[in-house]
Design a binder for this molecule. Structure first.
Ligand code: XUL
Ligand code: CO
Length: 442
């Protein structure tokens, strides 16, 4: 097949911050060592299949704008899927991105029957295996699209009809098998329609119990087939439903505790989903590490003025630095990575715009890694935080936390001690410090 991106050299080079070449990395230098790991090892970048290759720019107001000739192409659908896959791997290889991610329906068309869908998927997994072998691209995660087909209008696992639950279970079984075959590092469950639009027709308690049963079956299957990757829930508060059960990291944590699934499942945190749930990206990362359920990141961001899921390539070094700082502080990625669940704006119709989006996003995150690493190395934030809580490390604090003192003990003590002195929280000074580290990153 002729190349789809003929003007791009393989792979995109690193040329440093001073380059004027828009098709070179300025910050992402894969082999550069930062602390104990290379940038590539720290960040484990992945590109996604769906936004870049299965979407032609259509939105609710209008038709597609992007040049994706294999979409809705007449003729054999598997042939079109193979063309799409060849272009996707040409892109991954030319970008030099080490990982990719897919939904079952992105790589293989849904058939007229379930059997046909499975057969389509199997053929395309064969194809993916060959492309991965050829290019060295690895699979960060696979997932099932159990939200686009009309059968899932009322949810997949949380559907009021057990037949739909069963269909989704069959689909996830095939998608997990496919992910296992392709040596995926993780398997993601984003609950597209697992939530409700109105409580007037919804039994929330029952739906959550169904969701837990579904997840338990997925975990059982993972162990049965010997899949060694991590199962990840991807929190999102709403959109497409009015309320999604996996609302945020805290809701996922409560769900996992409630149904005794801790230790088996972690979270895939998406930057803009964090924002939509009323949190900062860094908050969601810190919450996940705090609960022991940090897994992976979908690095796409939103827009300050638009309150929906925009899937923009990240452009804020500050936002990504604060999240990266929490990731490094927590010990970094294990099976997870930085996945671009990001899409072009629909006016970005030049083929190379796909490179510009990913290069920019990878540079922003690589630069954020450098800043976050320096902040951590110099202990400029850890020092003040440790100092702030130092009372808790002393004898008195330890007695309280150790359960040696009662409410009455503390009341009696209050009668004889002076008012505790107040100290500054120094927020502005700390923000200035972060800004200084961003200025200095090199
Ligand atoms: C939807 C979203 C999904 C998941 C995978 O907002 O983020 O693309 O990442 O299903
Ligand atoms: Co996502």
């Amino acid at each position: 097949m002729t190349e789809f991106f003929p003007s791009i050299e393989t792979p995109i080079p690193y040329e440093g911050p001073d380059t004027d070449n828009p098709l070179a990395f300025r910050w992402y230098d894969a082999d550069r060592v930062v602390g104990a790991k290379t940038m590539a090892e720290h960040l484990r970048f992945a590109a996604c299949y769906w936004h870049s290759f299965s979407w032609d720019g259509f939105d609710i107001f209008g038709e597609g704008t992007l040049d994706r000739p294999w979409i809705n192409a007449p003729g054999d659908q598997i042939e079109a899927a193979k063309v799409k896959m060849a272009v996707a791997f040409e892109f991954f290889e030319k970008l030099g991105v080490p990982f990719w991610s897919f939904h079952d329906r992105d790589i293989a068309p849904e058939g007229a029957t379930f059997a046909e869908s499975v057969s389509n998927l199997t053929q395309m997994v064969d194809e993916a295996e060959a492309q991965m072998e050829r290019t060295g691209t690895q699979l960060l995660w696979g997932t099932a699209n159990a939200f686009s087909n009309a059968r899932y209008q009322a949810g997949a696992a949380t559907n009021p009809d057990p037949e739909v639950f069963a269909y989704a279970a069959a689909q996830v079984c095939a998608a997990l098998d496919a992910t296992h075959r392709l040596n995926g590092q993780n398997y993601v469950l984003w609950g597209g329609r697992e939530g409700y639009d109105t409580l007037l027709n919804t039994d929330m308690k029952r739906e959550q119990e169904q969701l837990a049963r579904f997840l338990t079956m997925v975990i059982e299957h993972k162990h049965r087939i010997g899949f060694r990757g991590t199962i990840l829930l991807e929190p999102k508060p709403y959109e497409p439903t009015k309320h999604q059960y996996d609302y945020d990291v805290a809701a996922c944590h409560a769900f996992l505790e409630r149904f005794d699934l801790m230790g088996e499942v972690c979270t895939n945190i998406e930057v803009n989903h964090a924002t939509l749930s009323g949190h900062d990206f860094a908050h969601e990362v810190a919450a996940a590490f705090g609960a022991g359920i940090f897994g992976s990141v979908d690095a796409n961001a939103g827009d300050d003025r638009l309150g929906w899921d925009l899937d923009r390539f990240p452009i804020s070094v500050e936002q990504m630095t604060l999240g990266m700082y929490e990731i490094l502080k927590g010990g970094g990625f294990t099976t997870g990575g930085m996945m671009f669940d990001a899409k072009l704006r629909r006016q970005s119709i030049d083929r190379n715009d796909l490179f510009h989006g990913h290069i920019g996003g990878m540079d922003v995150i690589a630069r954020s890694l450098l800043v976050a690493h320096a902040l951590l190395e110099d202990e400029v934030l850890a020092g003040p935080v440790q100092e702030r809580y130092s009372g808790w490390d002393g004898e008195f604090g330890s007695q309280i936390l150790g359960g040696e003192l009662t409410l009455v003990d503390l009341q009696e003590r209050a009668l004889s001690v002076a008012e505790p002195p107040r100290v500054s929280g120094r927020q502005e000074a700390l923000e200035n410090l972060v800004a200084r580290y961003i200025d200095r990153a090199s």
